[in-house]
Design a protein around this ligand. Structure first.
Ligand SMILES: [Zn+2]
Length: 274
């Protein structure tokens, strides 16, 4: 389930830095999801790569924030629950569209993956990626840094026309390229889609590759309410959407923006454990 929007609801800043400033709040969110009976917990380290930290002037130490993120998730995990080290975009576009070279991006991803592996995560998840080229770079870097399974998940802007990211990458092309780069699981999360549309992306990827597919939709489409992005799909409707994702071929399911322990509990009950 979502970490950032849960921290936001508690009046805290979203993002990995909160791991260091409010570790108890992050631990409480992990514990709430662990209590739902999930199999996997994801560390609060989404954009804690050097390129993203530096471009946002976050003034956190890459090593410290990733080690702490892994430690909190591990502390919350019960027997049979595994920890995934969370990674995402550098926040900069790759050349020629932006300022970042592939070498710089690769180095930032490799550094973060190495630290998370050292911290003892059970696998890595690279998610909310909207540029296939950057996602492939991240998967390669993660595979080079660590001998761990890597999950790669893209954020889609539309389920139409074969499913497209903001950068125009098609769902099937994403799935194939990410598997070729070394991903053990591929799929979709976040983006502009609701769970029903994510199920359409799952079906497209299911046809393209043989590896397991992951689906982590938002709690519906975000709506602007008083300058705030609101996700207000009910836990029951969300669980029904996740069932559609499973029916379309997803083997791993969870929630992104706007999901809460109530959403995840409803999903666990609807889909069943193991
Ligand atoms: Zn999200």
């Amino acid at each position: 389930g979502a970490m950032g929007t849960q921290l936001g609801r508690a009046g805290l800043e979203m993002g990995g830095k909160t791991t260091l400033t409010h570790p108890d709040a992050v631990l409480a969110v992990h514990r709430a999801y662990a209590a739902c009976g999930v199999d996997l917990l994801i560390t609060n380290t989404l954009t804690m790569n050097r390129a993203n930290i530096e471009s946002h002037n976050l003034e956190v130490d890459v090593r410290e924030v990733n080690l702490a993120g892994a430690r909190l998730a591990r502390e919350a995990a019960g027997p049979g629950q595994y920890i995934l080290g969370d990674m995402s975009s550098t926040g900069k576009l790759l050349k020629p569209f932006g300022p970042l070279s592939e070498e710089e991006a690769f180095a930032a991803f490799k550094e973060q993956a190495g630290i998370l592996a050292e911290a003892g995560v059970d696998g890595l998840i690279i998610e909310t990626m909207f540029d296939l080229r950057e996602a492939v770079c991240a998967v390669r870097a993660a595979k080079e840094a660590a001998d761990l399974p890597v999950i790669a998940s893209m954020a889609f802007n539309t389920a139409a026309n074969g499913g497209r990211t903001v950068m125009g990458d098609k769902a099937a092309d994403c799935a194939r390229a990410l598997v070729e780069a070394g991903a053990a699981v591929v799929g979709a999360n976040c983006g502009a889609l609701d769970p029903h549309e994510i199920a359409e992306i799952v079906a497209l990827m299911r046809e393209a590759v043989t590896v397991d597919i992951i689906a982590q939709p938002n709690a519906g489409k975000g709506r602007m309410v008083d300058k705030e992005l609101v996700f207000d799909m009910t836990p029951e409707a969300f669980a029904t959407g996740l069932q559609e994702c499973v029916a379309a071929g997803a083997r791993l399911v969870g929630g992104c923006c706007g999901t809460s322990p109530d959403h995840i509990r409803a999903a666990v009950e609807a889909i069943g454990k193991r």
